[in-house]
Design a protein around this ligand. Structure first.
Ligand SMILES: N[C@@H](CCC[C@H](N)C(=O)O)C(=O)O
Length: 279
């Protein structure tokens, strides 16, 4: 039987959204999600996101399959798309502009803003090796500017978890990085037992960073919300940027803040509906 879906994107990081509110089991298997995400033989997307019933007092649950069928803990651009999708699903019955969403990374709270964007309380960054996870340092030390050999070169990496793992590298010129050839070597490096997302960052000034990303389970994408959050944290840990910055990605810009008050990360950016269909 055909399933209804809506296609969304957040800065070109694109997702197939499915109304799964009647069950806690996703209506698609990971294998089907791979086929739906295929850009030649399917709908085409970086991932499939399911809007499921809430758990433990939350409004809803989000689950996501990457385009390779793997299931990540969180997705920053995806949760902005989910928030807008939920307002559409609720229609005139809608009473709130802020949702508590159960994810594998904990409870995440997106809020619609007056200018049509979505501001998300992304929770606190996790910095210990066991939380990322990585074997790059022993358990009590944060992984900041740590040497890692990839593709015959030593890179200085900083590791941050936003519920999902990120490996961040600061470079002079982000456009010069050959992501196609080195991205999967970072993703599958044995020091990352759950694989990793990898962000290359050029610091333009203390409040403006340029980023390119290789995502775990999806490869090169036009944007990564959790990656932008993790990169700002890495920039602060390396004293390369302030706690509030614009991150420019190939698909557009995100505003990220690491609050000194509550240690939480706040991400603000757009979410756009593209089309609906049945498949
Ligand atoms: N694009 C997302 C991240 C999606 C999950 C990622 N590929 C992973 O496996 O951790 C974002 O905007 O955060």
């Amino acid at each position: 039987m055909a399933i209804e879906f809506t296609k969304y994107h957040g800065l070109g990081n694109d997702f197939i959204l499915i109304d799964n509110r009647s069950s806690l089991t996703p209506v698609l298997t990971p294998e089907k999600a791979v086929q739906w995400c295929d850009r030649h033989f399917g709908i085409g997307a970086d991932g499939v996101i399911f809007a499921l019933p809430g758990q433990n007092g939350t409004d809803y649950t989000m689950r996501i399959f990457n385009s390779d069928g793997s299931e990540p803990e969180m997705c920053g651009n995806g949760i902005r798309c989910l928030a807008v999708f939920l307002t559409e699903l609720e229609g005139i019955a809608r009473t709130k502009d802020k949702y508590s969403i159960h994810t594998l990374a904990g409870v995440i709270v997106p809020q619609l803003t007056d200018d049509g964007q979505v501001k998300v309380d992304m929770g606190e960054p996790r910095l210990l090796p066991g939380e990322i996870p990585t074997s790059l340092a022993s358990s009590q030390f944060q992984v900041i500017n740590h040497p890692l050999e990839v593709a015959g070169k030593i890179w200085d990496v900083t590791c941050v978890s936003m519920g999902n793992p990120h490996c961040i590298i600061f470079v002079e010129d982000v456009a010069a990085i050959n992501l196609e050839s080195i991205g999967s070597q970072f993703e599958n490096h044995p020091v990352f037992p759950k694989k990793t997302n990898t962000e290359f960052i050029e610091v333009v000034n203390r409040n403006y960073l340029k980023m390119r990303v290789w995502e775990r389970g999806a490869g090169i994408t036009l944007a990564c919300g959790t990656g932008a959050c993790a990169s700002l944290v890495a920039g602060v840990l390396n004293d390369l940027c302030d706690r509030h910055a614009i991150i420019e990605l190939p698909g557009g810009s995100l505003e990220i803040e690491w609050s000194e008050v509550d240690n939480r990360i706040y991400m603000t950016g757009p979410a756009e509906r593209v089309f609906t269909g049945k498949y």
